[in-house]
Design a binder for this molecule. Sequence first.
Ligand code: DGT
Ligand code: CA
Ligand code: CA
Ligand code: ZN
Length: 569
Amino acid sequence: MTNHEVAQIFFTIADLLEIKGEVIYKVMAYRQAAQSILDLGQDIEAVWRAGELRSIPGVGKAIAEKIDKLLRTGRLDLYEQLTAEIPPSLIEVLHVPDVGPRRAALFWKQLGITNLTELEQAARNGQLRTLPGMGEKTEAKILKNIEALSQRTTRVPLGTAWHSAQALLDPLAALPGVVHAAAGGSLRRMRDTIGDLDLLVAAVDSEPVMDAFVALPQIETVILRGPTKCSVQLHNGLQADLRVLPPERWGTLLQYFTGSQSHNIHLRALALERGLSLSEYAFSREDGSEILCAGEEEVYQTLGLPWIPPEMREDRGEIEAAQRGQLPRLIEAGDIRGDLQMHTTWSDGTASVAEMAAAAAARGLEYILISDHSASLGIANGLTIERLRQQQEEIAAVNAAGGPVRVLRGAEVEIKSDGSLDYPDEVLAELDIVVASLHTGLRQPRAQVTQRMLAAISNPHVDIIAHPRGRLLPNREPADLDMEAVFQAAARTGTIMEINADPHRLDLDDGHAHRALQLGVKLAISSDAHVPQAVGDLRFGLGVARRAWATPADVVNTWPLEKLLAYVR
Ligand code: DGT
Ligand code: CA
Ligand code: CA
Ligand code: ZN
């Protein structure tokens, strides 16, 4: 283990003990030892082998014994107990000014908050103010602190924007006289991050819609209000633009504000060739008369085009493809037959194999792959070989019970820092489908991390690479992988690349998924569900795939099970 890894474990112990309310001198002892190890000018393993652990400042008998245990066995009981009891990701929230260990514990116990993103969400939703010792002011302060801390761009992840938009649209859609209410903009195009919300409504009378909109509780300030348009700032920091036009103009309204801008510019040029000008209101002829479009199909039809799916509207060749009658038949939710990544209580999921299978059945899926973490991901309670085999018996029992969903035996096996896999080949050979992924060493230099990935891809037992680049939205950068080399290797070996549909991952992203397809790589869209409700919820992953122009044939979890199993064999 590196000094950094050992230090990290003791820092984590200190933080978790502090959240637990342990006396401060004990917490400080671990923290001081961790800092000394980090600052040590030589390898901790060398000091350990020389029997000189206690020469390290702050390392007494008790901590020296723990370091010895850790370096000998790779494990430490205290660390494992603490991380099993308290989610280690909760430590992130300690970095927020005004959030101490006591509040972190409170947020976790009362609201189930386990990380910074969830804390931010709870603050935005006004949940923190309801807790003892908290109020609106503290909540606002914490939210400001989180924002300052992350120094992020103002774009928000698609999933967050989606829920925010739905919560605004639902009450508008229910108003009398409202015929359509939908989100346009980058949200409808399913970009992975969203700058602002563009809300569109068709109603005979715009005034009551505007009145209702500005009265919604999510709205902090009204930036601008006209007769048919309105811009507001929401409490969650997002800006939302609302446009209201009569139903007979819905097609042009929706088309215009869905964008993208470059797609629209290209369409306007086509309109001009026909002597028409195109706006959000209508097509106008040179004599000033209008062509109204109540639906988007009519907008495209007027230009001699078939309707183009919003996810393709980036002027990346979709208009030319439409003109040639060669738009791909994009993958849709209805094409999905299976879900090839999920976690159960065997590792870090919340539900049993049977419960995940039942959730899949409720979604109408035909098959699922259980892919719990492998042993070395101790933080996620990864499975030893023995536990993996016990799990396979449980899977066999669920299949024997004869439910509608076939449960496949799998694992999300760690690609270790030297590129080897966490299970030996003969164990991988027992599994129906093997998913491999990187969770550690993501910051390794390009050549090294790429080599690891290529080693995993070249293992004949590895079928799918999960969340290949390891990014987290909005702020964790992907690993510095040579994706071109990765895709070439995947194409050669038939290794499938995952689009992880978790809205905080969306990895591969649309650009990489598109390139992978160009090189002949197959994709899987997987939920990475850790709870039953998430099984088969591939909405955002489908958005990525559609932006990559993926057809059902490109995505292996649209295939019948027999075809999939034959492919991975
Ligand atoms: P975002 O909000 O940065 O994630 O990206 P969008 O695509 O939602 O961009 P936004 O909100 O500025 O505008 C929404 C759509 O409205 C945009 O995709 C196209 C249309 N639009 C807005 N302003 C203009 C403009 O000045 N010219 C043209 N052609 N279209 C515009
Ligand atoms: Ca927008
Ligand atoms: Ca906008
Ligand atoms: Zn994973």
